[in-house]
Design a protein around this ligand. Structure first.
Ligand code: UDX
Length: 429
């Protein structure tokens, strides 16, 4: 099939690469010339493993001109929906894409909305600018750093729209649904296609992210309580993993969840509930807890470190496996410590520099970041931080405090290396 993807961002390019690898003829429409030229050179501005190579190998065509939409059997809307000042998704770009699609698309074209949009958006487009076409909500569940894996081998495909669109939709995703003839092997079993109303599919995306964020906020509360009552957080949480109703993932405590999705989607879900006159108590508590998780950790550092002191921070990305610092708890921590007069020097395996970030000085190695520091603070769950030579690190720091914001270090190994260990809530030996 001929596919036109509007928006060469994270979702658009992952979708384009995967559908092209499945044998479709895919064109990406991108109006930002800098981003367009980088993709054309095979230079990935997102740093997603394997994405640029797959786009080139699958011959995805990048164009600035929306007129290519006229040739498409399927048009995918994958433009950004950033939060406005009240946390509501700004769908200006979605509406602009709809105008272009309405102008150029053929009558039998299927429109898939992959952007994360407020409930009711697809119905509004179907009854408005796109009334002559078929509009389907098709949210994505891609994790940064694992986007191609999650796109080729999804746990489920969620879609919602007019029933007569389901056939063409499933034809588009045939090889992914059947889990065959895919780069990187076969899945072996069919992927369930969960066809529902457009509103349901739109809410399903927020529900998934909202639940995962709420699970993490609960996990972080249990970790805080464990440290406070002298229990071992990893033992308590590890025991939960064996309950299939809970599952082993998203059980690792830390100084909070961040990134370009969880903070945005939880606030959007809260705004959607508010707009519908619904008081979403549990979600509000999860968002509040996440804010407190960071400020509690920062306060423990501020109390213990000499005024005007220096903190050697390990980690800048919002999570391990990516260079993305958008809504990163590590950056928020650096800003908070800097606002209290402390100096922050940091190392991150994937982030060698940060533009316009005066509150943190990036250093090339762990030792450089911690040399002469009054305290060390682990802020991102990079696996290499769990195997640092703590004795060697202690020999270069001025102070003996180690704040483990990602529960990577065993307190006993920190103490044996000469550190005073501090956990998420500042408790330690
Ligand atoms: C998320 C959703 O997982 C994905 O399905 C959706 O499409 C986009 O948003 P992503 O933003 O890449 O993906 O982040 P994710 O890997 O889910 O991690 C989110 C945050 O939770 C990160 O800050 C991470 O550090 C934190 N986290 C995750 C924990 O603190 N503990 C865990 O056990 C897992």
């Amino acid at each position: 099939m001929r596919v036109s993807v509007v928006g060469a961002g994270y979702v658009g390019t992952s979708s384009a690469a995967v559908l092209a690898a499945c044998g479709h003829d895919v064109t990406c429409v991108e109006q930002n010339d800098t981003r367009l030229q980088r993709w054309r050179r095979g230079d990935d501005p997102l740093g997603e493993p394997g994405l640029a190579e797959l786009l080139v190998r699958s011959k995805v065509n990048f164009v600035p001109d929306p007129r290519s939409i006229a040739l498409a059997d399927v048009v995918i809307v994958a433009v950004g929906t950033p939060p406005d000042d009240r946390g509501r998704p700004d769908i200006t770009q979605v509406d602009a894409a709809a105008v272009e699609i309405a102008e150029y698309a053929r009558d039998d074209t299927l429109v898939l909305v992959r952007s994360t949009v407020p409930v009711g958006t697809c119905d509004r487009l179907q009854n408005g600018p796109l009334r002559r076409l078929r509009v389907v909500s098709n949210p994505e569940f891609l994790r940064e750093g694992r986007a191609l894996h999650d796109a080729f081998f999804p746990d489920r495909i969620v879609a919602g729209g007019p029933p007569e669109a389901q056939g063409v939709f499933e034809e588009l995703y045939r090889r992914i649904i059947e889990g065959r003839d895919l780069p990187g092997g076969a899945r072996g079993e069919r992927v369930p296609v969960l066809w529902m109303s457009a509103r349901s599919a739109e809410l399903a995306k927020y529900a998934a992210n909202g639940f995962l964020a709420t699970k993490l906020s609960f996990v972080n509360e249990i970790a805080n309580l464990a440290f406070t009552v002298g229990a071992d957080a990893s033992s308590v949480l590890g025991s939960m993993a064996f309950d299939p109703r809970i599952g082993p993932q998203y059980l690792h405590p830390g100084l909070g969840w961040g990134g370009s999705c969880f903070p945005k989607d939880t606030r959007a879900l809260e705004a959607i509930a508010d707009g519908a006159g619904y008081d979403f108590v549990v979600l509000r508590a999860a968002i509040e807890q996440n804010t407190r998780q960071l400020t509690r950790f920062a306060a423990a550092i501020e109390l213990a470190v000499p005024s005007r002191g220096r903190v050697g921070m390990l980690g800048l990305a919002f999570k391990a496996g990516t260079a993305d610092v958008r809504a990163s708890p590590a950056i928020a921590l650096a800003r908070r410590l800097s606002s209290r007069g402390l100096t922050v020097t940091a190392f991150d395996p994937a982030v060698s520099a940060i533009a316009d970030e005066p509150d943190v000085q990036v250093r090339p190695t762990v030792v450089d970041a911690c040399d002469g520091a009054d305290a060390v603070a682990i802020a991102t769950e990079w696996p290499e931080f769990a195997t640092i030579d703590l004795r060697a690190l202690r020999r270069v720091t001025r102070g003996d405090l180690l704040f483990d914001g990602r529960c990577l270090i065993s307190p006993s190994s920190a103490v044996a290396a000469g550190f005073r260990y501090r956990s998420l809530v500042g408790f330690g030996d």
